[in-house]
Design a protein around this ligand. Sequence first.
Ligand SMILES: CC(C)(COP(=O)(O)OP(=O)(O)OC[C@H]1O[C@@H](n2cnc3c(N)ncnc32)[C@H](O)[C@@H]1OP(=O)(O)O)[C@@H](O)C(=O)NCCC(=O)NCCS
Length: 239
Amino acid sequence: MTGRKRLAILGASGHGKVVADIAIQAGWQEIVFYDDAWPDRASLEHWRVEGSLAMLLRDLSSFDGVAVAIGHNVIREAKLEALAEHDARLVTLVHPRATVSPMARLGVGCVVVAGAIVNAFADLGMGTIVNTGATVGHDCRLGACVHVAPGANVAGDVEVGRGSWIGVGAAVRHGVVIGERVMVGAGAAVVSDLDDDLVVAGVPARPLHGAGPRGPVVPISHDAQLLKRLGLVLHKGGN
Ligand SMILES: CC(C)(COP(=O)(O)OP(=O)(O)OC[C@H]1O[C@@H](n2cnc3c(N)ncnc32)[C@H](O)[C@@H]1OP(=O)(O)O)[C@@H](O)C(=O)NCCC(=O)NCCS
C-alpha cells in the first residue's frame, strides 16, 4: 500500500476517461483501470489497464474505492452487482462543478458529470449516470442504472425506470412516468408516459420501431455472452 487514496475503475473507455477525470478532481490520488477486454486493451491514455474484472476482484483489498465506468446500462448493472457481491467499496462520484442538492439522494455507484444539476429531493438509484450538463429536476425518481445523456433535461417529479436511457439533448415533461429499459432518442421531447422496452424519438416522442414494446435495447458492441445470458435483444442504437 502506498498511503495514497487509490481508486479502481472498471471500464477503460471514453466514459472511463471522464470518470477518471472526475475522480482526480474529487481528490482521488491514484487511478488504476481494469477492463474485460484486457489484455487486448492494455492502456488508456497515460493509465495502465491492470487486468479484467476477475483480477480486480482479486485486488479489491488494495483499493480505497471502486467505480464502474461503463456507459451501457445493462452491462454496468451486471458489473456493479458482481462487485457488490464481493463487498467492493463502490463509490459515488460527483464532479466538483456539478450541482447536487444536499436534499437529493444518490445511490451507490452514481456518477454526476461536470455541469450537471440534480435538484432537491431527486432520488437516483444505484449506478445512475447524469452526464455532462444534464439536469434532473426536483422529486425525480430514477431507477438503478439509468443514464441521462449529455444535455438532456428531465423536469420535476419525473419517474424513470431501471436501465432506461434519456438520449443526448432530450427533454422530459414534468410528471411523466418512463418505464424500464426505454431508449429515448437524441433530441426527443417526452410529453406522455412510456411503457417498458420502448425506443422513442422525435418531438413529441413516438415509438420508432412500430407500436408496442420491443426487447430491451443494448448496443451490439458489448459482452455478447453476458447479454445472451440476460436474455437481451441486440440493437445498434445504444452507443
Ligand atoms: C433513437 C435511437 C436509439 C435509434 O437508433 P436506431 O434504432 O439505430 O435507429 P436508426 O439510426 O436506424 O434510425 C431509424 C430511423 O429513425 C430516425 N431517427 C433515429 N434517431 C432519431 C432521433 N433521435 N430523432 C428523430 N429521428 C431519429 C432515423 O433518421 C431513421 O429514419 P428513417 O427510417 O426515416 O431513415 C438513436 O438514434 C438515438 O437517438 N440514440 C441516442 C444515443 C445517445 O443519446 N447516446 C448518448 C451517449 S452518452
